[in-house]
Unconditional design. Sequence first.
Length: 317
Amino acid sequence: MAIRISRFRRAAAFAVFASIISLNAVGANAQTPPAPQPPSSDEEPINVGDSNVGYIDSAIPANTFRLRYDTAYGNNRPSRAEVFYARGAPFGPGLPMPETSVDYQDISAYLELALDECTSVFGELPVRFINPVVNDNSAGLGDSNVGFKRAIIFGCDEVLSFQLKVYIPSGDADRGLGNHHTTIEPGLLYYKRLDDCWTMESELRYWVPVDGTEGFEGEVIRYGAGVSYKWLENCTMTVSPVAELVGWTVLSGQVAITEVPGRVAVEDAAGDTIVNAKVGMRVDLGSSGQFYFGYGRALTGDQWYDDVFRFEYRLFF
């Protein structure tokens, strides 16, 4: 219990620290305002649809509805720090038999509502299909999440937001559909318009499990950066290629390793670092919404999967 309280305190400290940094940045800008500049005819305010990344969370609060489909292959450490799913039986609430590898598909619906230009609340509800090698296939509701986003800097060409996300254990852990614990994830999200065609986006998030399998669940730092380029623009659509690097570093917890069915070795997961490269394309059809098509590949020996494909539809209202 003391360990879990300490983790909660670290998550709270991260959230407060991020907020203080952001507020200090705002205060500094307020104390030394830039000299007034004549309005530029080609300068446009940031639009809710300007974020093009497909794997990094967007920093721009917006009224958004999104449908997303992921399909991933080759998760050979699915219990690592209980991020994907819970530790298996008999020592945990997860799948009944030790698992060597899992393929899975997620279909999720996401709704974000803007309370004002700088603040939004959101929720996401996924359905998961898993295809293990040893255990039976299963499908059903996965772990959901809710949270809020607050833009602390919202300028003409950049947005810095604080986000707090809470994951709810709504998936059945004994079927491999969830991790059986609540998780708190504070984070910072950043958007920067570099010029008329190029944008850069990044994130820093801190995954803190509250009540998982003691000693097995773990804290994880997630970080990422991406760039997009407005390649084609006409009266009907805008097409933007996107490239992203997303990484995770596990700070604590354990992982069950099953190279051969029936043989399980438990190792310390602290220090495991996973880096994925993501490439994709976002097609903006204006009032008809946006489509994103993307592919991700693990660059490191530690991984959540070998390959992942993502397809999504996003509508602003």
